[in-house]
Design a binder for this molecule. Structure first.
Ligand SMILES: [Cu+2]
Length: 417
């Protein structure tokens, strides 16, 4: 009898603990970034001005909303100066975080070179952590240029460490550079696009009115997992629209540098003609209106502005990436906007009706949340299960202890003297 009670108590305790651990994803319980709270801190106050730091390339605003770095040019060599440093970054009005950046901007500066150029990235690490830069998709280089700490180079020291990455841009296409450290570091803002323009453009690449980089990235704001998503560093309603005139053809270079999430970029009213994947030309007809991008993938498309003039939504079709806890639009939402028509992208939020308030709201979680948290049991349900299990385990344990004590007394009392 005593053994039965003790066994039941142990099983109940095990059940209570296993329920508690299985209901929380392991990532969600581990603080990252070295602090007591997971993820990036939100900064209060007005959005700060962008300030250049010494030793950085000069930046110019591109029409896609990213910043281009102006290189030092010596013949066919282009030298870009990237300084990794913390800087405030505003994802949308009212949401500014202390990001990790290259040259103070997110994404890092877009590097535009021509096929055949020698490209030098003069990298200085002013972060408070060591780091390296990986040249994502750039092949035909020695391992020493691959930017993987412990494999191809030593970590570049914090507070001023320096390294020169150098490669010949031998193949045109869309590439990126990014920190090769942890998810939390990459998701703090350390990535940027590299465009290698073709020496001999294909017919489909000629006569384009715009050549836009659209970098989709994720953030961990007060969270150990991805909970905010941006296009070129901005989330709806602060995203930059694609401005077109009717009849124009536009190249869009989709890049997904989210660490955990795939994205399905859907264009209302327009096809996307896929012309390259991961900087390799696509030679067959591939027309899609929803382009799938896994983490690290690039897809180049050409969109013809052949619809009726107006505003046509462009958004990720993973709805968790385009709505907040109330179902209101946020994140990966932008538009193809025909010039001369009313600018109505921001009006969508005003027109939509908040749906049910989910339990996470009560916990002060802002922005979109991972589907893992949403699709699981509610906080109340989890609490009830843990509470009932713990109470059951406790009462069984007390019962078992009493049974042991009284059992011993009974045995002692029955012992012959
Ligand atoms: Cu998405």
């Amino acid at each position: 009898m005593t053994r039965w009670w003790a066994g039941a108590a142990a099983a109940a305790l095990l059940l209570a603990f296993s329920l508690r651990t299985s209901l929380a994803d392991s990532d969600d319980r581990v603080p990252v970034d070295g602090g007591p709270t997971a993820g990036l801190r939100v900064l209060n106050g007005p959005p700060p001005a962008l300030l250049a730091a010494p030793g950085e390339s000069r930046l110019v605003r591109r029409e896609d909303g990213t910043f281009g770095a102006l290189p030092e040019i010596h013949g066919r060599t282009k030298i870009f100066k990237l300084v990794a440093r913390e800087a405030p970054w505003t994802l949308r009005p009212g949401l500014t975080v202390l990001a990790k950046t290259y040259d103070g901007v997110v994404p890092g500066p877009t590097l535009v070179v021509q096929e055949g150029d020698r490209v030098v990235i003069d990298y200085t690490n002013q972060l408070n952590v060591p780091d390296t830069i990986h040249l994502h998709g750039i092949h035909g280089i020695p391992p020493s240029m691959d930017g993987v700490a412990g494999i191809s180079q030593a970590m570049v020291a914090p507070h001023g460490g320096h390294f020169r990455y150098s490669f010949v841009a031998g193949k045109d296409g869309t590439y990126l550079y990014h920190s090769h450290d942890s998810e939390a570091i990459v998701n703090a803002g350390l990535y940027g696009g590299i465009i290698v323009e073709p020496a001999h453009p294909r017919a489909v690449e000629r006569g384009l009115a715009h050549d836009d980089v659209e970098i989709i990235s994720a953030w961990q704001i007060g969270s150990a997992t991805e909970n905010h998503f941006t296009i070129n560093g901005k989330e709806y309603p602060a995203t930059q629209q694609l401005e077109v005139r009717r009849g124009e053809r536009v190249r869009v270079r989709w890049i997904n540098i989210s660490s955990e999430n795939s994205h399905t970029m859907h264009t209302h009213g327009h096809d996307q003609r896929v012309i390259a994947r991961d900087a390799r030309p696509v030679g067959f007809d591939d027309e899609e209106d929803t382009v799938l991008l896994g983490p690290g993938q690039r897809v180049d498309v050409v969109i013809t502005a052949d619809a009726q003039a107006g505003t046509w939504l462009v958004h990720c079709h993973v709805l968790d990436h385009v709505q907040d806890m109330n179902g209101m639009p946020v994140g990966l939402v932008t538009a193809i906007h025909y010039r001369g028509t009313p600018n109505v992208l921001g009006s969508m939020a005003a027109a939509m009706r908040p749906s049910e308030v989910r339990p996470m709201m009560a916990m002060g979680v802002s922005g979109s949340a991972t589907s893992k948290l949403r699709s699981g049991p509610s906080v109340l349900q989890i609490g009830m299960v843990i509470g009932i299990s713990s109470a059951l385990a406790l009462s069984l344990a007390i019962g078992a202890a009493l049974a042991v004590v009284f059992g011993r007394k009974r045995r002692r009392g029955s012992r012959p003297v």
